[in-house]
Design a protein around this ligand. Structure first.
Ligand code: WT7
Length: 665
């Protein structure tokens, strides 16, 4: 459990920022409406959600039952209703905004493209027809491994249109990670690209995809390959199909397949506390309702807004606030393919200026990295159209919050610090920008209809202000995950067992201040948050021990100025502990190895070699001790059980040398 020490930094900034009066006056959601929503949710929870589901979604067959608790905690929402998610995001806008830009795209090399709602629908329909021509049917799984280009959204919606279940795998993940996800999902089809642009380089997606398929993936029948970067790539006849040969000749009209509200819309793999990532399964109607409602409530989306969420569609943020929520709300979204700092630190701001971005949503890690470059860069661009800022993915330190507010927001924009998870599908705790006074570092209060609380180890609500505990959600909500693909027992044990099925356990610790504001303190499980991305320590450990030279490994998080956390690995080798240049060479080799096994984001920043790892009497690795050492914190743990107390010196890196030269520079 995190201690008060962890949150001290967030208590430094004591100012409270009220919504600017001009913003509040025009906001979509006013205080009186929020109160009415809250009262309705309190007095008739199911009626509250049923009303919203009827108002916000276009149903092909109306539902009669709102919440089905028969198999709790496998809850079902609106289960006898039918709809199509793609039709809800595209077709329904044709009457009012057919020619409005849906996607304004900018590639990293500077190419731009705009797709209206009408054009996006035609593209989605063509690909959907192509998928049907390949024999794909409702319920079939399709893995999408693409750069952040409009076709990634087209692919997601084409799946939704025919009821196929997509699983997007982030383009930064390795061939091996891709293979594991394809096999776990049992996908019939892979949609990929020759490559994508990042930092001036080509990310070789097709070659990684080929490697993944060569390692296994017996269920894959075809891969559809988009030409993006244009380099020569091998195509396997019969299996690989070029997008530009398959799609343009298809009819631009494709009748959407009606699916049940509970039909799975997508799987998205995320790290947990065991070695294998879990396929978080989301349903169609409840998910879309959450994504759409929060897009409107939290981002205050209006018809003249230009919304830019910088997330890749490989993460849940890119699902809910790029591919689905803003389109369901009829917004114009900006999509940028490449690295935030390419060709220089002004790229984000130049993109905001060029496309007239009005709402900007990014992660604290990006804000910190941009802040480090100084005020002059953003101040060289016209950011005056920005009216709302958002952040997500990890607690934001007050210094970064205040910089974001002052320099990017010109002290005129509310900041919504949005807490949620892959599992929750949509934002759960966040300011409402026209209503909530914000405090830097706090995600403030739950949205209407979301029943958040903090409980102690026995599940008893913690009522004293500022006392920490487990963050839980006390009632099911429509956009919640439905299960873990292929492993419902893991769903039950991960999220529900701790409090006997009474509450959803988020895996975060938090505290609530005297004003009822929530402050997230961090993960309580063995999950790291590196640059806003979730990484399981066990996954990285398994990757390390898969290396022939490694006998044992323990991975912990270390504070990192920009990334929030970085990966710190303690490694025990099969042979002798290396020193000097040998240690440096081996640690570089292991870093490359982890990148190959999992993806570059999982690379340890530091590797420290030791003769063994500290363990309890029952043989459990003393992770808290390793964490204290990595963070240079005083050691408070009982060390009496250690067989070899000299190990502490090695772990501290005093006897050993610092094995990663990059850190000491
Ligand atoms: C974990 C979920 C949800 C989209 C991105 C991450 C942390 C998320 C915040 C926030 C403090 C946050 C939590 C959470 N987190 N948003 N505003 N303040 N912490 O999705 O990969 O599923 O990770 O990210 O620890 O449990 P994810």
């Amino acid at each position: 459990m995190a201690t008060r020490q962890n949150i001290e930094s967030v208590l430094i900034e004591k100012r409270v920022f009220s919504p600017p009066p001009t913003f509040a006056a025009r906001a979509r959601l006013k205080q009186s409406e929020r109160e009415a929503l809250q009262q309705r949710a309190a007095s008739d929870y199911e009626g509250f959600w049923a009303d919203l589901a009827r108002q916000h979604l276009a149903w092909l067959k109306p539902f009669t039952q709102t919440l089905d608790q028969a198999n709790a905690p496998n809850y079902r929402w609106f289960a006898d209703g039918e709809l199509n998610v793609s039709a809800n995001c595209l077709d329904r806008h044709l009457a009012e905004r057919a020619d409005k830009p849906a996607i304004v795209f900018e590639g990293e090399p500077g190419d731009t493209r705009s797709l209206s709602y009408r054009e996006l629908l035609a593209e989605v329909s063509r690909l959907a027809n192509a998928l049907r021509s390949l024999g794909l049917q409702a319920g079939d799984r399709v893995v999408i491994y693409m750069p952040l280009v409009p076709e990634a959204i087209v692919a997601m919606h084409a799946c939704a249109r025919i009821g196929a279940v997509h699983s997007v795998v982030f383009g930064g993940f390795s061939a091996i990670s891709l293979k594991d996800r394809i096999e776990d999902a049992g996908a019939r089809l892979l949609i990929t690209a020759d490559g994508g642009w990042r930092g001036g380089q080509i990310v070789e997606l097709k070659s990684a995809a080929d490697k993944a398929l060569s390692l296994g993936c017996p269920t894959i029948e075809h891969s559809v390959v988009l030409r993006r970067t244009g380099q020569e790539i091998p195509m396997q006849p019969g299996r690989d199909l070029w997008w530009h040969e398959l799609v343009p000749s298809q009819s631009p009209v494709c009748k959407p397949t009606p699916v049940g509200a509970e039909h799975p819309l997508f799987l998205l793999y995320t790290s947990g506390s065991t070695g294998s990532p879990k396929g978080i399964q989301h349903a169609s109607a409840g998910y879309l309702l959450g994504a759409k409602l929060t897009s409107e409530w939290v981002f205050d989306l209006r018809d003249d807004d230009v919304f830019w969420c910088t997330a890749d569609v490989g993460w849940v943020t890119g699902h809910s606030y790029v591919a689905y929520g803003p389109l369901a709300a009829g917004a114009t979204l900006v999509m940028y393919e490449g690295a935030p700092m390419f060709p220089d630190g002004g790229r984000f701001w130049q993109t905001c200026q060029a496309h007239g971005v009005t709402i900007f949503y990014t992660a604290p890690t990006a804000i910190r990295a941009l802040m480090k470059l100084g005020d002059a860069i953003p101040q060289a661009y016209d950011l005056s159209k920005i009216r709302l800022l958002g952040t997500v993915g990890e607690p934001i330190n007050p210094e970064a919050w205040v910089w974001y507010h002052r320099v990017i927001g010109r002290e005129q924009c509310p900041i919504v610090d949005t807490w949620w998870q892959t599992e929750t599908g949509a934002i759960m705790i966040s300011p409402l920008p026209g209503i909530t006074a914000t405090k830097p570092g706090s995600c403030t209060q739950p949205l209407p209809g979301i029943n958040v609380d903090i409980v102690d180890d026995n599940g008893v609500a913690v009522t004293a202000p500022d006392a920490g505990g487990y963050l839980v959600i006390k009632k099911p909500w429509p956009s919640m995950l439905r299960t873990i693909w292929g492993d419902n027992d893991r769903y039950l044990s991960t999220y529900w067992e701790k409090f006997q099925g009474r509450y959803y356990v988020a895996g975060d610790s938090a505290h609530r201040d005297a004003d009822g504001y929530y402050w997230i303190m961090g993960r309580i499980d063995d999950v790291l948050n590196v640059a806003g991305h979730r990484l399981g320590t066990m996954e990285i450990e398994s990757a390390l021990v898969a290396h022939p030279k490694v006998a044992e490994a323990a991975v912990v998080g270390q504070q990192h100025e920009i990334k929030g956390e970085s990966v710190f690995a303690y490694v025990v080798l099969n042979g002798a502990r290396p020193a000097g240049a040998d240690a440096t060479a081996l640690s570089d080799e292991l870093r490359r190895w982890v990148a190959e096994q999992l993806g570059a984001i999982a690379k340890p920043d530091t590797i420290r070699f030791a003769d063994n790892l500290p363990k309890t009497r029952s043989g459990k690795i003393m992770r808290r001790l390793l964490r204290s050492i990595a963070r240079n914190e005083p050691i408070t743990q009982d060390l009496s059980t250690l067989e070899n107390p000299a190990i502490i010196e090695q772990l501290r890196g005093e006897a050993a040398i610092e094995s990663n030269p990059r850190r000491s520079r």
